[in-house]
Design a protein around this ligand. Structure first.
Ligand code: AMP
Length: 216
């Protein structure tokens, strides 16, 4: 099964994609994580994208598509869940064509719906653990007591100015992707508000519906 999460920054795509990957043996493919890894490892790609990520700007489509192609090829185009990709109409068109070429179409897109006014608060309280990749919210999903607070990172692009910029980029560049995906792939809208376990349950219901309740 091949899935993609869609939605604005802070909607919970990463959190839900990680849960799905852990429980159902999918590989979580997050372009944001791949870029952050490249920055951490100081690769040529990392140097190229570092400033863009800090500013909350999009990495160019050709660079991003190449990163995704390499990753999907390594996975044999099976059992992946995309998170944060596609983020432009150009990326969406490329993805649909690329997957069709490999006879591996997306089975479903899960769109996480969260009102814009909630997103700034979510991102400003978000912390990530670079060692485990876990994502926390200081109030609603606090880190366990055995995780040292100094290990947790507040991403530079989760600071208020960068967040506002990213939400603007989402409205301009990413929101129009929805129409392209809807035209070609089963598209499920899932309420992304409320406790994480409830959102996870809704995501599971959408996928079960897609599989005719045959499980994933
Ligand atoms: P994320 O972790 O998904 O919020 O992504 C963090 C940042 O990585 C974004 O603000 C962009 O700078 C970059 N990025 C991630 N995915 C993409 C994409 N599909 N296209 C372009 N830039 C991306």
């Amino acid at each position: 099964m091949r899935l993609a999460f869609f939605g604005p920054p802070g909607a919970g795509k990463g959190t839900q994609a990680k849960r799905l990957a852990a429980h159902h043996d999918f590989t979580h493919v997050s372009t944001g994580d791949l870029f952050r890894e490249a920055i951490h490892d100081q690769t040529a790609l990392g140097e190229q994208v570092d400033g863009l990520l800090k500013a909350g700007q999009l990495v160019p489509d050709d660079v991003t598509n190449a990163v995704v192609a390499e990753k999907l090829e390594a996975l044999g185009y099976e059992r992946f869940v995309l998170d944060g990709f596609p983020r432009t109409v150009e990326q969406a068109r490329w993805l649909l064509a690329h997957l069709a070429e490999h006879d591996a179409p997306l089975d479903a897109v899960i769109s996480l719906r969260v009102p814009h006014e909630d997103l700034v608060g979510r991102l400003s309280r978000r912390r990530t653990d670079p060692e485990t990749g876990s994502i926390y919210h200081l109030d609603f999903n606090p880190p366990p007591a055995d995780v040292p607070a100094e290990r947790l990172v507040h991403r530079p692009d989760d600071q208020p100015d960068a967040v506002r910029h990213r939400l603007g980029v989402y409205d301009d560049e990413t929101a129009p992707v929805e129409a392209v995906l809807r035209a070609h792939v089963r598209f499920f809208e899932v309420d992304g508000t409320g406790p994480l376990d409830e959102v996870q349950e809704r995501v599971g219901e959408a996928i079960a519906e897609d599989r005719g309740l045959s499980g994933i």
